[in-house]
Design a binder for this molecule. Structure first.
Ligand SMILES: *Cc1c(COP(=O)(O)O)cnc(C)c1O
Length: 222
């Protein structure tokens, strides 16, 4: 079995320079995350608030923590003091809560809008109509402590690479549409978070700027 640092090196050599690697450390112990940290990794992703908070406490403070999983409004307050980016914004209500808690902490929190691109029913995310409604809302104009920096999506978990590719193409098209309709003046709106261990190569071919990779770095989860 290869080590965490060998896996990281292996993946980094495959990523174009402009693609950001989020090392997804969910379910892995703090000591394992520290190995990746010692190998130079500074951006980590977690999908649960209950796991993110203790890891933030236990690990070095120059880590940028990304919340990548579904987030309930009542849990935003626990991560607002330190989280760098929230990939999983899928409602106006959640965005308002993030804005409110960021303001309390004197921070501006970077967020991505999560889109439902997979054929599976269970994946969270906005539709294009819902996103347009959110982005045109009066409520959004009142928010000054969130910065919308792009989109995120998860493809269907499938061996069918053409299906996965078409879903990534769809997310890229959504990004381009939103960029031209709502963010043509914003340099910050630049991220397409797509691609995991099983499909990041396809995601990069389809324009990903940020890949979220867990098991290929840390080993398979039980
Ligand atoms: C777990 C997870 C990942 C990483 O999955 P791997 O297959 O381990 O690379 C990426 N994104 C999200 C939202 C996840 O929950």
């Amino acid at each position: 079995m290869s080590s965490v640092s060998e896996n990281l090196t292996q993946i980094r050599t495959q990523l174009p320079q402009e693609v950001t690697l989020v090392a997804v450390s969910k379910t892995y112990a703090v000591e394992v995350v520290r190995e990746a940290y010692n190998a130079g990794q500074r951006i980590f992703g977690e999908n649960r608030v209950q796991e993110l908070v203790p890891k933030h406490e236990a690990l070095p403070k120059d880590i940028e923590w990304h919340l990548i999983g579904h987030l309930q409004s009542n849990k935003v307050k626990y991560i607002a003091p330190f989280v760098s980016m929230i990939h999983s914004v899928d409602s106006l209500k959640l965005l308002q809560e993030i804005d409110k808690e960021a303001a309390k902490n004197g921070r501006i929190i970077s967020v991505l809008l999560q889109f439902h691109i997979a054929t599976e029913e269970t994946k969270f995310g906005l539709s294009m109509d819902e996103a347009r409604e959110l982005l045109s809302s009066e409520a959004l104009k009142q928010m000054s402590h969130v910065q919308i920096e792009g989109v995120m999506g998860m493809a269907t978990f499938s061996e069918n690479t053409e299906l996965v590719r078409s879903e990534f193409k769809n997310l890229k098209a959504i990004f381009e549409l939103l960029k031209s309709e709502f963010f043509s003046e914003s340099d910050a709106f630049k991220h397409i978070s797509m691609g995991m261990s099983g499909d990041y190569r396809i995601a990069i071919e389809e324009g990903s700027t940020m890949v979220r990779i867990g098991s290929s770095i840390f080993g398979s989860r039980n």
